[in-house]
Write a protein that binds this ligand. Sequence first.
Ligand SMILES: *Cc1c(COP(=O)(O)O)cnc(C)c1O
Length: 382
Amino acid sequence: MHSLTQRGLRRKLPVPADWRGTASKKPTGLSCLNFSSNDYLGLSSRRELVEASERALRELGAGSGASRLVSGNLPVHVRLEERLAAFKGTEAALCFSSGYAAAMGTIPALVSRDDIVIMDKLSHACLVDAARLSGAVLRVFPHNDMQKLERLLRWSRTKRRVGSTVLVVTESVFSMDGDVAPLLEIVKLAEEHDAMMMVDEAHGMGVLGPRGRGLAAELGLTGRIAVHMGTLSKAFGSAGGYIAGSALLVDLLINSARSFIYSTAPPPAVVAAALAAVDLVDSMEGEKLIQSLHQNIALFERLCGRASRTFPTPILPVIVGGEGAAVEAARVLLDLHGLLLPAIRYPTVARGRARLRVSLRADHTPSDIGKLVEGLAALNLL
Ligand SMILES: *Cc1c(COP(=O)(O)O)cnc(C)c1O
């Protein structure tokens, strides 16, 4: 622990804060703006979600009582899964207690010792942990490096046994960099080399694609990707993870995803909120929210003089470099400017690539974004 402190890597829980939308009070009583939440559309405090949750709580109680395979399988779980499948354009979907649990259950259900997982270097910790747990041979390609991916796929053909699986895993929107994967190229390469595809759309859902259906849908790739993963805890403002894909895939997961089988079904109030969130995102009102989010992204980019991106996302890293410097910048922004955007450090990102991770929301106002840019400019971070 001492050496973590010395290297500027020790983590501490922030002072607890009751967020009301994008703002909270600091302990000093000053108001503070949150630029570090993944609640991109501000759904977690929306009336639609809160009311659906309250209703489920009153009617069904606080907990689901058992795992889905025992007696915890409530109609609201099935409704959410049907809704998610329809939204994603897949045959079926399955819910987990978290996105982390979805990865941990799914990858080991798909691959084991005789199989190979090929993964983008910047993939989320839960994907890495799940691949390790599976016992499959894990190979990593440098971030978005298609040549290296192709080389690894060629190599996998010489290594794989008859009937074994090669699973290619990537995020669609990368959680710490906010850039997107070249999904069409990855899908083509995977198809060429007879590999299975898995995409984690944790940060793509509710942000990209027609009515927030994600990057795969935007690129017309839904049917060419076997495993669509996502979370209900970011743009959907609730909690839980999901896998969407074929009925066969979901059947396999029900029978072998250990984080699904051996865990109590998500509580009805949480599931009901997620269901209300999917309905809201997939509505005219949802379209407006996604539009506001993208207006905010464009405003921030313009004020910072950043180039606009082909697939704009609400994640905008401000690279500081040193771990200590990033922590100090975050402290000054919070204490002097009332801006919360915590430092993201090793091991979440590479050493020497510490950053402030800006995440924008639909319910930030133009004035909020102006204050953010002023704060960053005052610290010479633009
Ligand atoms: C947040 C996140 C997860 C985990 O989802 P939770 O529902 O928070 O457990 C998985 N993958 C990525 C890329 C994430 O950013």
